[in-house]
Design a protein around this ligand. Structure first.
Ligand code: AMP
Length: 475
């Protein structure tokens, strides 16, 4: 895969305080709550007296920031932060965010969650005009466009609005200029972004509501698709030039896997949505069994829902080592196998002699499920029935979630019975696409993106073939 295909699963955060205070600490709290959205790099930028200082690095938030670095970033009135999980291409500090740039009208610090589908064309156009890029990330393309548009605009928000007309795909952006904090969401609202307020009057933006809470803020509402919110000394203001232009398409995978269960997205508790997925699974794929277990962490809520709906007792059959990072992103199959082994272990006393229903949120390559089925059998389970709280992954995602190319997806070209054999399960059931769309609120149900399951891409696919474009701008 070329570097041009970097896909990012990220978390963004921003705060505007009416008074100067230790904003870096509040961003730190918010980013820690968003850590599940990205574990490869983290960064915070603080604006003090219109000057932006920043620190970013590779690793977890707690690894990148010590008490000392946070102290150095110190106080200010505006700050933004980012956690990043690049799923292909290089994980370099150059690609870490916030992306801080200088332009004739000041500085800009930009954080991005999502993926553009026309970044290749935009980047080439800029390069042909002499722009030099330091990273391979599409966030740099956005920052170039904003700074270029700033020259033609009366305000930074106007420049961002113009940029929104040029970029296509998925983006939730949080950025700060010398005097303003700005957040905006793509016209389809593919990635989430919410707004909250603290008791001391700070305006806060975050990918998920759990991060608002961690920073002491209460959820006010989500940004509407296409909306831009500006926080500055005059308070908060909404710019709606891009609202209502397209049919919304929130990513359904946020409910299934990506978001934290204590977050609320479009008025729906993620925990409740997963529990409902378990209930639907129990209705669609009932089985006679003695025990329902979930694969920690993202399978637990659906397992609870399956147990409640089926009447089969819920139990803890697997324990996860909390101190190990993600297995999913390791490049070699061998490494992934080792990591899954280090990460999960079975509790024999619970499983011995039982017919077990094991619930996980998804099967991608099949590595995790195959390993867990084996683990459960070794621990004495008599039967293992696998239920997956998502439909089979059949298509890649171009909007910021790491779903691999078609040929590495186990569901591609394989029947459910064959996948069951490959992972060693006695039976296997995937949530149907119809039921999966019911995870959102009633008015949101026909406005979800489920492209990875049904191949219908609401923002289209990238126009240029990244592989052929790659040679034009990658060295
Ligand atoms: P696999 O072992 O390749 O079948 O991957 C399935 C496991 O990876 C499941 O346990 C999921 O919880 C997790 N997973 C699924 N999709 C993603 C994703 N986009 N990013 C990270 N982890 C994921």
């Amino acid at each position: 895969m070329s570097e041009g295909l970097i896909k990012e699963e990220c978390g963004v955060f921003g705060i505007y305080s009416p008074e100067e205070q230790n904003v870096a600490h509040r961003v730190y709290a918010g980013l820690t709550a968003l850590q599940h959205r990205g574990q490869e790099a983290a960064g915070i930028a603080v604006n003090r007296d219109r000057k932006i200082r920043y620190h970013k690095g590779l690793g977890l938030v707690s690894e990148v920031f010590s008490g000392e670095t946070l102290k150095e970033l110190g106080c200010g009135r505006i700050a933004v932060g980012h956690v990043r999980y690049s799923t292909s291409g290089k994980n370099t500090v150059a690609n870490a965010q916030p992306m801080v740039v200088r332009h004739v009208k000041g500085q800009l610090a930009l954080c991005h969650n999502g993926n553009l589908i026309n970044s290749f064309e935009l980047r080439r156009e800029l390069e042909l005009k002499g722009c030099i890029f330091q990273s391979t990330s599409d966030t740099e393309v956005i920052s170039y466009l904003i700074t270029r548009n700033r020259l033609l605009s009366a305000s930074i928000e106007e420049a961002v609005c113009r940029t929104m007309s040029e970029i296509r795909g998925a983006y939730s952006l949080v950025m700060m200029s010398p005097a303003k904090l700005i957040a905006c969401r793509d016209e389809l609202g593919i990635r989430p972004l919410c707004y909250g307020i603290t008791e001391d009057g700070c305006h806060v933006f975050a990918s998920e509501s759990c991060a608002l809470n961690a920073a002491g803020a209460k959820l006010v509402r989500e940004l509407e698709p296409g909306e831009l919110l500006v926080a500055d000394e005059n308070g908060i203001r909404s710019v709606r030039e891009h609202c209502g232009r397209q049919k919304e398409a929130l990513c359904v995978f946020e409910y299934i896997y990506f978001a934290r269960p204590d977050s609320v997205i479009e008025g729906v508790s993620v925990h409740e949505a997963r529990r409902r997925a378990g209930k639907y699974l129990a209705e669609e794929y009932p089985v006679e069994a003695d025990l329902v277990i979930g694969v920690p962490d993202s399978g637990l809520d659906a397992a609870l829902g399956y147990a409640e709906a089926s009447g089969i007792p819920y139990g803890t059959g697997l324990v996860k080592n909390k101190y190990i990072g993600r297995t999913f992103i390791l490049p070699e199959q061998e490494q992934r196998n080792d990591m899954v082994r280090m990460k999960l272990n079975a509790i024999g006393a619970v499983l011995k002699g039982k017919r077990v229903v094991m619930i996980d949120d998804s099967i991608v390559r099949g590595t995790t499920s195959a390993y867990i089925v084996k683990l459960l059998r070794e621990a004495g389970a008599e039967e293992v029935h696998v239920r997956i709280s998502a439909p089979p992954f059949l298509h890649p995602c171009f909007y910021g979630v790491d779903v691999n190319s078609e040929n590495s997806l186990i569901a591609n070209g394989n029947s459910v019975a064959r996948i069951a054999r490959q992972i060693g399960a006695d039976s296997l059931g995937f949530l149907s696409v119809d039921k999966c769309l019911l995870l959102a609120s009633e008015d949101q149900r026909d406005r979800l993106c489920a492209a990875c399951f049904n191949g219908r891409y609401p923002a289209g696919r990238p126009e240029a073939d990244p592989e052929t474009m790659a040679g034009n701008w990658l060295t």
